[in-house]
Design a protein around this ligand. Structure first.
Ligand SMILES: Cc1cc2nc3c(=O)[nH]c(=O)nc-3n(C[C@H](O)[C@H](O)[C@H](O)COP(=O)(O)OP(=O)(O)OC[C@H]3O[C@@H](n4cnc5c(N)ncnc54)[C@H](O)[C@@H]3O)c2cc1C
Length: 339
């Protein structure tokens, strides 16, 4: 029987999301090492055709489509019913999902239903010399990395941390086989109803989910400077976070602390103001995609992990930056309105 890696493809607003493309690309890399086929699994409430385009370039050999009006909105029950049904009929050795909100919700449910394990939040996946999947993830708040293997012949389920694997090296487009899968689902299978969607307030969004984060540390000096940083945060739709000192000072809540005893984040864009860059802090943010650090000490350790280092006083830089960004935003909105 052909060995197979199956990847769940998530999509939003008729586009496949980047974390799923990362997983797919990684699945292709593993497949080439271990002699697997790669299947992309797409669940949708409407025509899946446009979503299939380009999946070959990210490594899919085959796309299996499950289309049903009950899949217009994501529900744990609906997706789990379809996926468990699919996996019971289609031989799969490894099932991979991006560790998005959906992935974090669905993966444990699937592993319980399918009576197998789950290794979540992997930052490294590999195939060892015996052709076995090895999954590595940070544990104890990132102090150690632990590598896991499943027992032979178990369905291996893993989620990967978004933003870590990257989508840098897409491949040449390959011909993909597309198969529509029959679905056995009724409204009675789904115990929840989606009543609507509301835009998340970035200020209250969990910092591990945010795409843009503004963090500050002891360099803030005094709570009187908080309004300045908050207006910058609001202007760029960011989430606010900080070092342990900013928590100890009572400037932000503990659930916004980055680091060893706080949270590990990997947003697309992170700005750090007045943070020295102690290892207990950097271990919680070093996987961020693009890091800007502002510090008045030109030798601050934070500059070692930053993509852009700005040596200067944050209290001078924040108002200038906010003013410039306000103008850019205004221009953009004007142009957008005119269209
Ligand atoms: C077991 C353990 C666990 C820990 N866990 C965490 C954790 O999870 N998260 C965490 O953050 N820390 C943690 N710490 C604490 C950590 O070691 C550091 O003490 C902490 O990160 C320092 O925070 P800071 O960078 O805000 O402050 P500081 O180290 O005091 O740095 C302040 C920085 O601001 C700069 N600065 C000052 N004024 C300005 C200005 N006007 N403009 C620009 N720059 C300015 C200074 O040059 C300096 O670099 C932990 C420590 C231990 C022992």
């Amino acid at each position: 029987m052909e060995k197979n890696i199956c990847v769940l493809i998530e999509h939003e607003n008729d586009e496949v999301i980047e974390p799923s493309l990362e997983v797919l690309l990684e699945a292709r890399r593993l497949a080439d090492m271990g002699g697997y086929a790669v299947t992309a699994l797409l669940l949708t409430g409407s025509d899946a055709g446009p979503l299939c385009k380009g999946l070959g370039r990210y490594g899919a050999g085959k796309v299996c489509i499950m289309e049903h009006h009950l899949l217009i909105d994501y529900t744990t029950d609906g997706y789990a019913k379809c996926i468990t049904g699919f996996l019971s009929k289609n031989h799969t050795d490894i099932f991979l999902l991006a560790g998005t909100s959906l992935g974090k919700d669905l993966a444990p449910f699937l592993s319980a239903k399918l009576e197998t394990g789950l290794v979540s939040d992997c930052t490294v996946l590999d195939i060892n010399e015996n052709g076995i999947l090895e999954m590595t993830r940070p544990t104890y708040g990132g102090r150690v990395y632990t590598t896991y293997r499943y027992r032979p012949d178990e369905l291996q389920i893993a989620t990967t941390r978004p933003g870590v694997l990257g989508v840098g090296s897409v491949q040449i487009d390959r011909d993909i086989e597309v198969e529509k899968i029959d679905i056995d689902i009724s409204s009675g299978d789904i115990r929840t109803r989606v009543l609507g969607y509301s835009k998340v307030d970035p200020e209250t969004l969990d910092i591990t989910e945010a795409k843009t984060v503004v963090a500050f540390g002891k360099g803030l000096g005094d709570s009187e400077h908080l309004p300045g940083i908050k207006s910058l945060v609001k202007l760029i739709d960011a989430s606010i976070a900080g070092s342990r000192v900013s928590v100890d000072e009572g400037w932000i809540h503990f659930n916004r602390q980055i680091g060893q005893t706080g949270k590990t984040i990997s947003p697309d864009f992170l700005i750090c103001f007045g943070i020295s860059g102690a290892t207990q802090f950097t271990m919680g943010m070093q996987d961020s995609r693009f890091i800007v650090a502002v510090n008045k000490d030109p030798y601050a350790p934070i500059f070692k992990v930053a993509d852009v280092s700005v040596s200067g006083d944050m209290h001078e830089i924040i108002p200038i930056l906010t003013g410039k960004l306000e103008k850019v935003k205004e221009k953009y909105l004007k142009k957008h309105d005119e269209v």
